[in-house]
Design a protein around this ligand. Structure first.
Ligand code: AVI
Length: 333
């Protein structure tokens, strides 16, 4: 099971920051643990500790996607931003993180567009404040419009004449954390929230040798294992759970049918766990599905663009062909 597109943007929030988030977390956990094949959506990984662990994952030698996408953007920033030359434009970040990749694209636009602006969209005020502060120290004259909203509401809110053409960034192969039908739904909704002439840059992690994939999702230093197990710690803390973290282990495996790397938490023993007053039984070896990270073929990217109704205008790859950033345009209806 993967995060639902409608809720992707709540990933990093704490209950106190956005009312209703705890209720959604509780619903997902009770519903997910009550199913015959237990599953919890991966968007709940990203509390403060989970976000910190993900930052550490991105620095691991074994976790190649961040490094490689950075390389792609650094070497192709001028070509990626060329279609936006001229008129006013706004770079819109869906899931900005620390903005390290985004700034590679802002730099060429800043000098060339009549007026360029930056609009990170996030439901989390903290994430918005951090990324906005970082960008404004890098580009002191860049207008920054942080939008505190779910992704698509935020995109619609940006339809103002002064925003100009939008370049929407959905990087890091975040799309891969959605099952294919959900990814299509997500892209279609994004398409419907944009106007002709707007552009989208989407990162896709490509299918590659299994040892490379396995090492990326089950690193020797155990950071990915800690990231996965932190979900149980979050449930204990926020939903009054009593998971024994020692009694579960991280499992990552490749599913060739999707294809995707998948993560689970496997029970080391027969046990009962309570969450918010509800009891759940685990057999030895029983697993909770926590994440899918789809790996794509180039033809999958063609199909996504066509099905979601975008025109592809550029595809940017690293030297080894491990990762693609696809640049799409919204055509006239
Ligand atoms: C955020 N997302 C694209 C990462 C991925 O590769 O699926 C999350 C992650 N999970 C384990 N390692 C990294």
């Amino acid at each position: 099971m993967a995060p639902s597109p409608a809720t992707l943007a709540v990933a990093g929030d704490s209950p106190s920051e956005a009312p209703g988030i705890r209720a959604r977390f509780l619903r997902d956990v009770l519903g997910g643990l009550g199913r015959p094949r237990k599953a919890i959506p991966s968007l709940w990984f990203y509390d403060a500790r989970g976000s910190e662990l993900f930052r550490r994952i991105m620095e691991l030698e074994a976790y190649y996607p961040t490094r490689i996408e950075h390389e792609i953007l650094a070497s192709h920033a001028a070509e990626i931003t060329a279609p936006l030359d001229g008129g006013p434009c706004t770079v819109v970040d869906l899931g900005a993180g620390d903005g390290t990749k985004t700034r590679l694209l802002l730099a060429p636009l800043h000098g060339r567009c009549i007026r360029s602006a930056y609009a990170p969209i996030d439901i989390s005020a903290t994430a918005l404040r951090d990324v906005s502060a970082r960008m404004s120290s890098l580009f002191p004259r860049l207008p920054i419009t942080p939008v505190q909203a779910e992704y698509f509401d935020g995109l619609r809110a940006l339809h103002r004449p002064d925003a100009g053409t939008l370049l929407v960034l959905f990087l890091g192969s975040n799309i891969g954390n959605l099952e294919a039908p959900e990814a299509i739904g997500f892209l279609r909704t994004m398409r419907s929230a944009l106007r002709p002439g707007d552009h989208v840059l989407v990162g896709f992690d490509l299918l590659k040798d299994l040892p490379v994939l396995r090492a990326a999702y089950d690193d020797d230093a155990g950071v990915t294992a800690a990231f996965n197990l932190n979900l149980l710690a979050r449930i204990n803390r926020e939903l009054d759970g009593d998971f024994d973290l020692e009694a579960f282990e991280h499992v990552a495996a490749f599913d060739p049918t999707r294809p995707a790397m998948e993560s689970w938490l496997r029970s080391r023993r027969r046990q009962r766990v309570r969450v918010a007053g509800h009891s759940f039984r685990f057999e030895v070896g029983e697993r909770i599905h926590t994440e899918i990270s789809c790996k794509y073929r180039e033809r999958d990217i063609d199909a996504f663009a066509a099905t979601a109704g975008f025109e592809e205008i550029g595809r940017f790859r690293d030297r080894r062909g491990w990762f693609v950033d696809a640049l799409w345009r919204v055509g006239e209806r």
